[in-house]
Ligand binder design. Sequence first.
Ligand code: PLP
Length: 378
Amino acid sequence: MSAYLDNAATSCPKPEPVYQAVERFMREVGATPGRGGHRREEEAASIADEARAALAELFHAPEPNGVAFTMNATQAINMALKGLLKPGDHVITSSIEHNAIWRPLKALEQRGVAVTAVPCARDGLLDPADVEAAIRPETRLIAMLHASNVLGTILPVAEIGALAQRRGIPFLLDAAQTAGACPIDMGSMKIDLLAFAGHKGLFGPHGTGGLVVDPGIVLDTWVEGGSGTESAPVTMPEKLPMRLEAGTQNAGGIAGLLAGVSFVLEQGVEKIRQHELELTALLIEELCNAPGLTVLGPDDVSQRTAVISVTIEGYVPEQLAVVLDQVFDIATRAGLHCAPQAHLTAGTLKVGALRFSPGYFNTSDEIREAADALKSIL
Ligand SMILES: Cc1ncc(COP(=O)(O)O)c(C=O)c1O
């Protein structure tokens, strides 16, 4: 018996072409986009451009050049928040954010940016009217996650995007948990800035992620350095993506990410979501009668991603995760999941929770085995 149920942290395994693409890139291409006047450099650049095009297609982004690569979602979020917000500005977020948004906002607060965290219900659900009510004349940004990595709750992004646009406020979406796993349409959801992780639902390697920037948004740079082209000026180029990509990028990782995104496009996000939702519903059904067990997040499975966090009276989540791992070879994640705000909202800040996060490659049998393993421990 064994199962990897920690896909909300990083997906594993990856589709076979991802491993092949990384190996091929490292062995046969090896060069860095924009650095070199030779065919290997041209191939590296065209792989990165193909990856931008695939991501733009997946997210219905205005243009591929708006996709700037980063190491992860956290860097993309920092790039957006710190590139946009100035002292005196106001930003609206939610009460269930990951530290990837929460900590940079708290740092910005120290520098004179006002922050409002709109309260979500215990299950993470958020009323867009509360977001609208929080708007002030100096509100410069609405920045929120698409889905909670603790509760699985999906926020009403299209409604929030529409109201942000109506009020002339840019909208930054943290799609770390949903890119590749839920449909995202930057156009119809009125998303101006989209931060994504490459290593989760997009099946890329670690060290991949990015920020998709609408051409109408100009961000101050947060890192300056070599941009490959336009080297003479002392400032970073105006043009995207070079403006936001200082220094040598993770070109091998991006080759793997291209293979991962291509896999998502081939399978189709709806099919991936359907499978993950079936596994989610199955796990909840298998666990719901376990003594003292509470499933966090919304009851309605269609309002969730494939994240099932539970608390169990009388048990410490970390200890359960250790026994699941060491006795049953089942990988889960326990604790606060880098999201104390979500646990505060759910009332689980003191104990944390045990999180199962199935992915596209998990099977119903693995889910049943995981549920049986947990019940046998209890
Ligand atoms: C909702 C959310 N936002 C941001 C992040 C940060 O992603 P990364 O580790 O790629 O920076 C995560 C990671 O778990 C997440 O779940």
